[in-house]
Design a binder for this molecule. Structure first.
Ligand SMILES: Nc1ncnc2c1ncn2[C@@H]1O[C@H](COP(=O)(O)OP(=O)(O)O)[C@@H](O)[C@H]1O
Ligand SMILES: [Mg+2]
Length: 694
């Protein structure tokens, strides 16, 4: 199973007037691609704080003491603000318990959806431009070195081809987008024309007529005469509809236009990179004709006259850059070896540490291979990671060295562990060290492959720079999304305000907004708690459906584990800022090992009878001064002396099942889960088996 998100040793506190609240105390978990991880626990156990840390939206008084959150090889805790915005907006989305609070009450639903898309599009444009310029600068320098002035000349040709290609592709995709929007509008009108309100039908058709010319493009709807005929036909039919309410006539005319559009959508996409080159250089393949033949001819011509030789130049530049980077990495590695003892020692003077960090950062920065198509994110985030962990460590050391501490400072000192902070600094360095020790040399073939990947990347960026999300296409996507999340009459509801939606429907809208950026990970923080039971089941079904269809990975936070029985792959049970048990859904449900999990399972409402076996006695501990041993000890009827004295480690039960309870120690007396829980689990299992065979 491929990991998509990995949380390591996360510690988060909050500064408050009463002291430091230790909300998350060393959490580790992994989310696998395409799976659902349920996180369960009582209110206050640190679930939302963990989710917010992943999203980068912690409250202002939060302090991330240590920890790493890896997504796509990047540590989310250490990347730049800008990168984070990109990730948070695009790759990871979150929905909350109360859908009302995530919606703007005075803005129409449709606008809220399209606004998110248009904003996102603008951010993408800006980011693409920066990245494009950066790569081009490095490539220019590399080519100059690898191929002299010829390399420079060729780079100019490449730049022009890419710019022209982006322009061509932009025109093509504008027409393509218009066709998509038109087909979707026609489909809606076809249904409406059967028995819809004549005025509304007529208005929609006028809109279609107005937009239809945008479908014209030499590689899409190229037959202008046919298009004009279809448009005039529709105009005439619409007039006949108004005077004689001829619904059939309208439908026939709509179908005719649709057929034209659908056949255009089936055409092959032109290879604009090659075509642009050929057009600029007065070669063949500029005009119409079957796209396959045109693509082949253009590609062959570009290859022969330009790219074949230039690719060798670029590959040479890539090789130079990679080799130089490898040499610099080896130097940086040596420097890390030399400096690590300073960071390990307890008493290195701060100025010396700072100087060493600066030296390391410069060496690493210099060693990054700027032409590598896949970013070396660990090296990229090294600087910010080292600075922030070192600052935190030195700050704390000052407190330890100072004599007369204020009450606040004393509390801060008591609450933070100097060794942990020093270890954080060391870890940032050793992780990169390991990463650098395993890099091999690039082969010739690999360099050529990288050259092609670089061309593709540059083309993609150039297109992103010119692509605009138009209102029309944003509207079409918004309506598609509304339909995808199960909102009927989406076209009508597009123009309504949040208060016109029921709670369940509002949550669907919030999900649609979360999906609008096409995320990989969806974090659901008690998304159904505010809804009644039937609606709750519908939203769960929806999340499951979206997960399957879009290949989403889901983190599902809930106070009621019963909710996730049928949808989770893995479960993590949280208590007082720690994960006390984790395993597959079967392991946690049928063989729970931690007394807290037993209590939690007993306290969930029975799905059939709605009866609760019993609330968990007592209350969660005060997180300003969390208990020394097992935080659950005071509420745990199975607690032993050691539970009050020492924090239990995570005991491995199976390779996928872990629990932190002294009951799993070989010397502990054998304790069984309460009968009431096992009975209930047995019943639940039988019922699930029955429903599983339906
Ligand atoms: N901004 C904050 N300031 C102080 N304490 C906070 C803040 N946010 C959360 N906490 C505390 O952190 C702990 C965990 O909260 P949270 O993650 O929201 O719980 P839950 O598991 O119910 O989602 C609670 O004790 C809560 O009071
Ligand atoms: Mg919460």
């Amino acid at each position: 199973m491929a990991k998509i998100l990995e949380v390591k040793d996360l510690h988060i506190s909050f500064r408050t007037n009463n002291g430091t609240v230790k909300a998350v105390r060393g959490i580790n978990f992994t989310l696998n691609r395409g799976e659902t991880l349920a996180v369960g626990g009582e209110s206050g156990s640190g679930q939302s704080v963990t989710a917010r840390a992943i999203m980068g939206i912690l409250a202002g008084n939060a302090l991330v003491e240590s920890g790493e959150i890896f997504y796509d090889g990047k540590d989310l805790m250490k990347i730049s603000e800008e990168d984070f915005h990109q990730l948070r907006g695009n790759r990871v989305s979150m929905i909350f318990q109360d859908p009302f609070s995530s919606l703007n009450p005075i803005m129409k639903i449709g606008q809220q959806l399209t606004e998110a898309m248009i904003l996102n599009g603008k951010a993408n444009q800006k980011e693409a431009r920066q990245e494009y310029n950066r790569i081009m600068d490095v490539l220019a320098a590399g080519l100059e070195e690898a191929a002299g002035s010829k390399g420079k000349e060729n780079l100019e040709i490449l730049k022009k081809s890419i710019a022209k290609s982006a322009e061509l592709l932009q025109a093509y995709s504008a027409a393509h987008d218009a066709i998509e929007a038109l087909i979707s509008n026609i489909d809606a009108s076809l249904i409406d024309a059967l028995d819809g309100d004549p005025k509304a039908v007529s208005k929609d058709i006028k809109e279609i007529i107005k937009m239809a010319p945008e479908a014209k493009h030499e590689h899409l709807v190229s037959d202008d005469k046919a298009l004009q005929e279809a448009i005039s036909g529709l105009k005439a039919a619409n007039a006949a509809f108004a005077s004689k309410s001829d619904r059939d006539g309208v439908r026939t005319a709509l179908e005719k236009l649709k057929a034209l559009l659908v056949s255009a959508m089936a055409l092959e996409k032109p290879d604009y990179f090659s075509i642009a080159y050929c057009q600029l250089n007065g070669q063949i393949a500029a005009g119409n004709g079957p796209v396959t033949a045109m693509n082949e001819a253009a590609k062959a011509s570009m290859e022969q006259n330009f790219l074949g030789a230039f690719r060798q130049n670029v590959a040479a530049a890539i090789k130079l850059s990679a080799d130089r980077s490898a040499g610099l990495k080896a130097e940086a590695t040596k420097l890390m070896e030399a400096k690590l003892p300073l960071f390990r020692a307890e008493n290195t003077p701060p100025a010396e540490l700072q100087a060493a960090a600066k030296e390391l950062m410069a060496a690493v920065e210099k060693s990054i291979d700027r032409l590598a198509v896949t970013k070396d994110s660990m090296a990229h985030t090294f600087g910010t990671g080292l600075t922030s962990t070192l600052d935190a460590y030195l700050e704390l050391r000052k407190l330890y060295e100072k004599k007369n501490l204020s009450k606040k400072q004393r509390a801060a000192k008591e609450n933070a562990d100097l060794d942990l902070y020093r270890g954080n600094v060391e870890r940032v360095i050793s992780r990169l060290y390991e990463h650098y020790s395993c890099c091999g040399e690039m082969t010739e073939a690999e360099c050529l492959r990288q050259a092609d990947a670089l061309f593709a990347r540059l083309n993609e960026l150039a297109f992103k720079m010119v692509y605009r999300v138009t209102k029309q296409i944003a509207k079409k996507h918004a309506i598609d999304l509304m339909q995808e999340v199960g909102i009927s009459e989406a076209r009508k509801r597009y123009y309504q305000y949040p208060f016109q939606f029921s709670g369940g429907m509002r949550q669907r809208i919030v999900i649609a907004i979360a999906l609008s950026a096409n995320p990989d990970i969806l974090i659901c923080d008690e998304p159904t708690t505010a809804l009644d039971v039937t609606i709750q089941a519908q939203i769960l079904d929806l999340i499951n459906k979206l997960k399957a269809e879009r290949g989403l990975s889901v983190i599902f936070i809930t106070h009621d584990l019963g909710v996730v029985a049928n949808m989770a792959d893995h479960i993590a049970v949280m208590y007082a800022g720690k994960i006390v048990e984790q395993g597959t859904v079967d392991e946690v449900f049928y063989e729970p090992a931690h007394p807290y999990t037993w209590a939690l399972l007993a306290s969930m409402p029975d799905l059939d009878t709605k009866e609760k076996l019993g609330a968990i006695p007592g209350t969660p501990p005060n997180m300003i001064n969390p208990p020394v041993g097992d935080a659950f000890a005071a509420r745990n009827q199975y607690a032993m002396q050691i539970d009050f004295e020492e924090q239990p480690p995570m005991f491995e039960i199976t390779p996928t099942h872990w629990a932190a309870t002294w009951l799993l120690h070989p010397d502990a007396p054998k304790a069984e889960p309460p009968r009431i829980v096992t009975d209930r689990i047995k019943r639940m299992r039988e019922r699930m088996e029955v429903s599983g065979h339906e």
